[in-house]
Design a protein around this ligand. Structure first.
Ligand code: MOS
Length: 738
């Protein structure tokens, strides 16, 4: 019990979820709610010539059809620069311009969802279409270096040393282009919002968002409200994977529609409506040049990414990032450029940049190892970066060598033949591949408060939101450990902007950020309770120094004389009410002296049908370095989930755009391939636990995004090892092998 942190505690919200009592956004029943359905553009570019709403208006129960012709104007234009590269420009019926297919062009509001849907289907939209272009590859000449999208921690360009010199010094040079496709988020829970106005100046939103405070700020600005008059609630989420990070158009439209009809409005995206208006992962074209000496020493690395952005906004998929820091290499140049296309703005998807970037880099490294006739793991170890080569800092912690070692041992890597195409089982070719996983350890300021109630329950309150990853559970464990209570005595309240402020649940930062705040608040509460006891003449501990008292099993005990003790309950009974403490966890500037990343090693075995080119992943092993593991069960689940998604990148996912129509061909969950149970082998997950106190007081570095990195390369490298065929454009579908 004392060491609640790390235990494989089953989700404390699990029972609520399986019994249907956990209320997701659309589960909230608010009296008098009207139902809204979005109408999306059928063309990629042009103007709306007319919208005939007559037939729609005749459907029984229709309350309003809101289009650019009758929509209210916002206080702040939805395409104003905000200075925040994560704030997206929105399409919320402020003009007649169509900028991408599936752009919201109207909202139908009705008494029932069925009536709204029927009416939406009866709208007659005439377009004045203009020529569009959704392609990347033929327009590389138009690529430009992003200006607005670059975050301070992700400048588009980097250089160290002299890459031309490094390539010239190499005995072997390898230069190839790797491509990843447009990938679309399909979380189990589609995006949804319920907007409830309280008079003209106060707004409450139930919203499926990864960032309640970001949503509050954005919505307040757009509607000209005070942030404190906007309340955003997000108690349970069915995934988000980055797509619920920014505030997208439909959230604003729900609030506009609610104001229009003077009633609460519920708006959920239909599955096909999720392809375009809520961000997606840009396709990438990654040109990589590697130079190495015969002995396996890397001499040069050049990684140039070109990705798409929209015609009206800028998002940079930072795929060249891993090449800056993963290997010890003197001469390195990286860049990112963008091509504008008539598509919805790309955005964050699980491990933005690092997922496609490690795919390309870790394939290129595998190819170089093959060219040098060196084992790919030995090649990586030879070029292991003992310091951060990008900024010449020490790593805060790095257990990558151990991950490689444990993984190789567990997988039986030693037995891998160097020559591809040698492992066979009848006409099935078997291949083994591996790759490195890496993702930055992010942390942001966060606040939390905890309160011990007279009945002994510990209440944890912090904004935040649980994507489904287990945030409720780890926060309970952290508080339980500090207060020496069983986690079952802890109640966690999150997902409400009335609670202390926290960052977006993105960048795998929630455990380190919010977890630290809860840890500090709980520790402060423990101290406060001891203080109360030693300062209270009625306490057996009266007069002792605070440091002389310990908290054990709900009891305050004098360290030197354990017979002097009292229960917390006795103390609280005298106080007569609950006792609380709050913490605002700031960042320690000293952590800038270190480079902080989570690492891992992933190993894959594939079986490729020699006649059909069909690929089965038969083994997948990941060994990770995530810092301290807060819950062994939810951690394992996140690791396995990320590895499954890596399979999807390698073998399945591809959002196909029809170049002539500009539209998505497979734009729904039924046609969009992702790995299903039958595709997924028994996944093995392990970790090398090394708490990282530079990242957070609780030692966590972050888990969510790490395992999707490296996984696709491990599988692609295994396919090469099985077949001797190198496919550089994922997904690796059977036709590419035949
Ligand atoms: Mo993540 S793509 O930062 O939600």
């Amino acid at each position: 019990m004392p060491h609640a942190i790390g235990q494989p505690l089953t989700r404390i919200d699990g029972r609520l979820k399986v019994t249907g009592r956990a209320r997701y956004t659309t589960d909230h029943r608010i009296p008098n709610t009207a139902h809204a359905v979005l109408v999306m553009s059928a063309i990629a570019k042009g103007r709306i010539a007319s919208i005939d709403t007559r037939a729609a208006g005749r459907v029984t129960g229709v309350l309003a059809v809101v289009t650019h012709e009758n929509a209210s104007r916002l206080a702040t234009p939805p395409d104003a620069e905000t200075g925040n590269p994560s704030t997206r420009k929105l399409q919320v019926l402020q003009d007649d311009v169509v900028r991408y297919p599936n752009q919201p062009i109207g909202v139908v509001v009705a008494e029932s969802l069925e009536a709204a849907r029927e009416a939406a289907a009866l709208l007659v939209v005439q377009y004045a279409a203009e020529p569009h272009d959704v392609r990347l590859e033929p327009r590389l000449g138009q690529a430009y270096t992003p200006r607005h999208a670059a975050r301070a921690d992700q400048p588009p360009e980097s250089a160290r040393g002299d890459v031309a010199r490094g390539l010239a010094a190499a005995d072997v040079r390898h230069e190839h282009v790797y491509r990843t496709p447009l990938e679309t988020h399909n979380p189990m829970e589609p995006h949804a919002t319920i907007a409830v106005w309280d008079g003209p100046t106060r707004l409450a939103l139930h919203d499926a968002t990864q960032g309640i405070f970001g949503a509050r700020k954005r919505i307040a600005a757009l509607f000209g409200l005070r942030p404190e008059d906007v309340r955003v609630i997000s108690e349970f989420l069915g995934g988000g994977f980055g797509s619920k990070g920014p505030t997208w158009s439909h959230v604003v439209l729900a609030a506009m529609a609610a104001r229009h009809v003077g009633r609460p409005v519920k708006l959920a995206l239909a599955r096909p409506q999720m392809f375009g208006p809520i961000g997606w992962r840009s396709p990438t074209r990654q040109a990589i040049a590697v130079g190495a000496r015969r002995d396996g020493t890397l001499t040069a690395l050049r990684h140039e990414t070109v990705a798409l952005t929209s015609s009206f906004d800028e998002f940079m998929e930072p795929a060249s990032m891993p090449s800056r820091m993963l290997y010890s290499c003197p001469d390195v140049v990286t860049s990112h450029r963008l091509v504008r296309a008539d598509i919805g703005t790309p955005s964050y998807m699980r491990a933005p940049g690092w997922a496609p970037g490690t795919y390309a880099l870790e394939c290129a490294i595998d190819e170089m190892a093959h060219a040098l006739e060196i084992d790919p793991l030995a090649f990586r170890l030879k070029n292991h970066a003992d310091r951060d080569p990008e900024k010449n800092r020490r790593w805060s912690t790095k257990a990558l060598r151990e991950c490689y070692e444990v993984g190789a041992e567990q997988f039986g890597w030693k037995a891998r033949p160097l020559i591809p195409g040698t492992l066979r089982d009848g006409h099935v070719r078997i291949g083994w591949g591996m790759a490195t996983a890496v993702y930055p350890a992010h942390r942001s300021p966060a606040s939390a408060r905890v309160r011990l109630e007279p009945d002994g329950l510990l209440i944890v309150e912090t904004g935040s939101q649980d994507l489904g990853t287990g945030t409720y559970t780890i926060l309970a464990q952290i508080a339980a450990e500090a207060m020496r209570l069983p986690a079952t005595r802890v109640r966690v309240r999150i997902g409400d902007t009335e609670l202390p402020e926290t960052p977006v649940s993105g960048g795998s930062q929630t455990a380190a950020s919010v977890g630290t705040a809860v840890h500090l608040a709980s520790t402060a509460l423990r101290q406060k309770l001891i203080q109360l006891a030693v300062g209270d003449g009625r306490s057996p501990l009266s007069g002792l120094a605070v440091t002389d008292v310990a908290l054990e099993n709900g009891r305050l005990v004098a360290r030197a004389a354990p017979s002097r003790n009292e229960t917390l309950q006795a103390l609280l009974a005298r106080v007569g009410m609950g006792v609380d403490a709050r913490a605002d966890a700031e960042l320690d500037p000293a952590h800038e002296r270190y480079a902080s990343y989570a690492f891992g090693a992933e190993f894959a075995e594939v079986r490729v049908d020699g006649d059909l080119g069909q690929i089965r992943v038969s083994r997948l092993l990941g060994v990770f370095d995530p810092g301290r593991v807060l819950n062994a069960k939810t951690a394992r689940s996140q690791f396995a989930g990320g590895m499954v998604w890596g399979m999807g990148i390698a073998l399945h996912e591809d959002t196909v755009l029809d170049e002539r129509l500009g539209r998505v061909v497979n734009g729904n969950l039924a046609d969009y391939h992702v790995p299903v149970h039958a595709d997924v082998p028994a996944i093995e997950v392990q970790w090398v636990e090394r708490p990282d106190e530079h990242v957070s007081a609780i030692g966590a570095k972050g888990i969510g995004e790490l395992p999707i990195t490296g996984a696709a390369a491990a599988i692609a490298n295994a396919v090469f090892h099985a077949t001797g065929r190198r496919v550089r454009d994922v997904p690796i579908t059977p036709d590419k092998l035949l």
